[in-house]
Design a protein around this ligand. Structure first.
Ligand code: 3PG
Length: 394
């Protein structure tokens, strides 16, 4: 991969793809994690004397200009974080950005409007990529979390300008590679969440790569059912039982130990603090729902974490938004965090609800690395090449 450190940036117009698809409430940024993630690259470019032109998508406006999906609200919080004005331009191609760029000095920062206001972005239209390329001398991609999209701003334009990986994107790749492609063994993967259906490819890939795979969350119910357990009134996917069986068998063949809960927390109602009990997986009544892993399972998972040198985590182990069914997720995450601190465990987490679950456990800062990516992290776990990353290779 070509790295930004090798780019010729002094005095150059550098077009940087960032991921500013941030949570907003009432028209302002409510979580600035992704803005902060872009700061090292912005600082690097400004110190190197570049003119920094930032571009990003926001939401899914489907090629239409939609004021609710403008990136304008990002400019002020970003300027506060950088400590330098950020000028906003209300289009990402054409005369407006060209005019604003012609006035920039070294170290200045410009933010372009949502790339997805143009249909050519998502269709990766070569003409639209050419318009983007026309704005700059150098292209930098710092948006790992959008790298699974083969769009004009992530892929097309990278083919038209000298293209480099930004510092945040490099960090993501270095960590995900260290965790799965070239890890210290043994490797444990923890995969949770509601549905097997969204994670079939991921599970198939993981059983080939890791030494142990723990499956939790409602998706474990489908695996338990596949092994012949009665999961009572639990959420599970009846039409995926054969798929779960096949994954279970593939794990056996690949000598990957597929670990499932042995005890669970069950309730007859799904609501906060519902009346509940701990049951063996042999002993779930018809009227009961599995809502979390039980204490014996958390102990077994802790033993598996202690026996591993690398941990890859995606997804919660129970109904973590509804306390106390977040208990297993929180306890296991805290234990993993403590192993990172005291025993040199490499723990990498990412994808969808995972960051929220680790934040709830108060341990995101103690994991070796928490990815800012949702879908891109999952596609990487599936073993897929990410078009935005491939476009930065020599
Ligand atoms: C994300 O939020 O995961 C990325 O910004 C990608 O967004 P998308 O799923 O709308 O492409």
């Amino acid at each position: 991969i070509r790295r930004i450190e090798d780019a010729d940036i002094a005095g150059k117009r550098v077009l940087v793809r960032v991921d500013f698809n941030v949570p907003m409430q009432g028209g302002s940024v409510s979580d600035d994690t992704r803005l902060r993630a872009a700061l090292p690259t912005i600082a690097f470019l400004r110190e190197g004397g570049a003119k920094v032109i930032l571009m990003a998508h926001f939401g899914r406006p489907k090629g239409q200009r939609d004021p609710k999906m403008s990136l304008a609200p990002v400019a002020t919080p970003l300027a506060d974080l950088i400590g330098h004005p950020v000028k906003f331009v209300s289009d990402c191609v054409g005369e407006d950005p060209k005019g604003a760029i012609s006035l920039m000095k070294a170290g200045d920062v410009l933010l372009l409007e949502n790339t997805r206001f143009h249909a050519g972005e998502e269709s990766n239209d070569p003409a639209f990529s050419a318009q983007l390329a026309d704005l700059a001398d150098v292209y930098v991609n710092d948006a790992f979390s959008a790298a699974h999209r083969a769009h004009a701003s992530t892929e097309g334009v990278a083919r038209l300008l000298p293209a480099y990986a930004g510092l945040a994107l490099q960090r993501e790749i270095d960590h995900v590679t260290a965790a799965l492609d070239n890890p210290n063994r043994p490797v444990l993967a923890v995969v949770g969440g509601a549905k097997v259906s969204t994670k079939i490819e991921l599970l198939k890939n993981l059983v080939k790569k890791v030494d142990r795979l723990f499956v939790g969350g409602a998706m474990a119910n489908t695996f338990l059912a596949a092994r012949g357990h009665d999961v009572g009134a639990s959420l599970y996917e009846v039409d995926l039982i054969d798929t779960a069986k096949a994954i279970d068998e593939a794990a056996g063949q690949a000598q990957c130990a597929l670990l499932l809960p042995t005890d669970v927390v069950v309730a007859k109602e799904f609501k906060p603090h519902a009346e509940r009990r701990v049951a063996s997986v042999e002993d779930v009544a018809k009227t009961e729902m599995i809502l979390d892993c039980g204490p014996e399972t958390v102990d077994q998972l802790a033993d598996a974490i202690a026996a591993s040198r690398t941990l890859v985590w995606n997804g919660p182990l129970g109904a973590f938004e509804t306390p106390p069914f977040d208990t297993a997720t929180v306890e296991a995450a805290r234990y993993a965090a403590s192993r990172c601190k005291d025993h040199g465990l490499t723990a990498v987490a990412g994808g969808g609800d995972t960051v929220a679950a680790l934040n709830q456990a108060g341990v995101s800062g103690d994991f070796t690395f928490v990815s800012t990516a949702g879908g891109a992290f999952l596609e990487w776990l599936e073993g897929k090449a990410l078009p935005g990353v491939e476009a930065l290779r020599d």
